[in-house]
Design a protein around this ligand. Structure first.
Ligand SMILES: Nc1ncnc2c1ncn2[C@@H]1O[C@H](COP(=O)(O)OP(=O)(O)OP(=O)(O)O)[C@@H](O)[C@H]1O
Ligand SMILES: [Mg+2]
Length: 439
């Protein structure tokens, strides 16, 4: 089906509910979450825009493909169109604004109704990539939302505001001359909701997710090709960026090589080996390739994109990779504190308050338990008196954790106090040697 026709169709359906056409056709397109209702042949819809009235009439023409004398019997094909009639004086409005409005509205409704997809890149032979997409996909159906995400409500509101600003940012980004995209770094210990947050963002915006597996990317060129296939209004995710590929190491190596090049710049043989290593570099996936992927000139070939990195070890990442501008927002997903617990209690037990909360609150403030671990204790295993059992399980888990933390701290203290005299002895020895040297 022609795209323009489809957008018009969608737009008119949103009107047909109000205007009450007599006969409608109902279809369920493969990629849509909802039904699609179309006008039947000869049905009319009246629409109004800026004081002008427009009449849309559905027209279906049927062609008999057997008319060419072919022996094989084929189904007759149909050509669908709309005829729009309006007062001559509104010609300017139709051409200047109305048609654009219809297409944009139709496209927006389709976007809202489309089924989300999650894509992943798989290692495939180069001949395959010449003829097919480099991404494989399935429908994305994850129940996470911002309502079910347990975290500090202030931080949550900040993220939602940022997302809204991004989606409304078309004019702003073109005014300031920036590519229309945003980078988020999600960091924190395991089980604190980084992946859940990605799902919640995708569901909030109805964006598709492109889960980029860096270890499957052969070189920088392949990364660029993958980028070119990513659609607008999407989220590009690189999970556990610190363990994907050794990007930091490569950069350090590159720096070392550069230093060596600078000092040996006169020698011809060295410049040859430089170009060899340059060539090797191009053949691999490097940090600079990834940086270009995020915000090089090619990154502007799509609009309304979000890039998300997740990591458990933010300190291991190369600062260039996460500097502001690349990763615009650094979001810490932390251990479960009282506010986050209240969200989990509501999700899992359906309660806003309980007398046992008083005991739980101070424990949560001093014990580091991930939301994942807290959630595990809150899963209702039976219905009779279940809530109290769950909350008591949580209290036990918190007390256990507290006990362990105290134990660990004691052991560390003991270790430190045992090591101190050894260290002092070593320092004394070094000091003694220095003294001898300068005598
Ligand atoms: N903040 C949270 N809000 C709601 N549920 C959470 C949260 N954190 C964790 N969970 C629950 O714990 C499970 C694991 O969380 P998730 O996979 O998002 O953690 P993660 O931070 O991505 O962990 P990892 O670093 O190991 O990848 C989820 O399925 C979810 O049910
Ligand atoms: Mg995760």
């Amino acid at each position: 089906m022609n795209q323009v026709y489809r957008h018009v169709d969608t737009y008119l359906f949103s009107k047909s509910v109000d205007t009450g056409a007599k006969y409608l056709k109902v279809e369920k397109p493969k990629n849509s979450k909802s039904f699609c209702v179309m006008l039947d042949e000869g049905e009319e819809i009246i629409d109004e825009f800026e004081g002008a009235t427009f009449c849309w009439r559905s027209h279906i023409e049927t062609f008999d493909d057997n008319s060419q004398g072919s022996k094989k019997k084929t189904q007759p094909s149909q050509k669908k169109s709309y005829i729009i009639t309006f007062n001559k004086q509104h010609r300017e409005i139709v051409i200047g604004k109305y048609l654009k409005h219809v297409i944009e509205e139709g496209r927006a409704i389709e976007f809202k109704n489309k089924k989300q997809k999650i894509y992943c890149n798989d290692r495939m032979p180069s001949w395959w990539a010449c003829y097919n997409s480099m991404w494989k996909h399935i429908n994305f159906e994850h129940p996470a939302t911002f309502d079910t995400l347990a975290m500090d409500p202030k931080k949550k509101a900040e993220i939602i505001d940022d997302l809204i600003a991004l989606t409304n940012g078309k004019d702003y980004y073109s005014k300031v001359g920036k590519a229309w995209k945003r980078g988020y770094l999600l960091y924190g210990p395991p089980g604190t909701g980084k992946s859940t947050m990605i799902a919640a963002i995708a569901n909030y915006l109805n964006y598709d997710i492109y889960d980029l597996e860096l270890t499957s990317v052969k070189d920088n060129l392949e990364l660029k090709k993958l980028l070119m296939e990513i659609t607008s209004k999407s989220i590009i995710v690189i999970e556990d960026i610190d363990c994907s590929v050794d990007l930091t190491g490569k950069r350090k190596k590159a720096k070392k090589n550069k230093k060596k090049d600078d000092s040996d710049s006169d020698s011809d043989s060295d410049s040859d080996s430089d170009s060899d290593s340059d060539y090797e570099g191009k053949k691999k996936l490097t940090l600079s390739g990834l940086l270009n992927f995020i915000d090089g000139i090619w990154s502007a070939c799509g609009e309304e994109r979000i890039i998300i990195f997740t990591t458990n070890h933010v300190d291991k990442l190369d600062p260039a990779l996460i500097r502001r501008g690349r990763m615009d927002m650094h979001i810490e997903m932390s251990y479960c504190r009282y506010e986050a617990f209240k969200v989990l209690a509501k999700n899992y037990l359906g309660i806003d308050t309980h007398p046992l909360f008083q005991e739980i609150q101070p424990l949560l403030e001093e014990v580091n338990l991930s939301p994942c671990d807290v959630a595990e204790t809150l899963i209702l295993k039976n219905t009779s008196g279940g809530i109290e059992i769950c909350l008591n399980n949580l209290i036990l888990a918190l007390k256990d954790s507290k006990e362990k933390a105290i134990q660990e701290a004691r052991e560390k203290e003991k270790q430190d106090s045992e090591e101190k005299p050894k260290k002092n002895k070593k320092l004394k020895k070094i000091y003694g040697r220095f003294k001898k040297l300068f005598r």
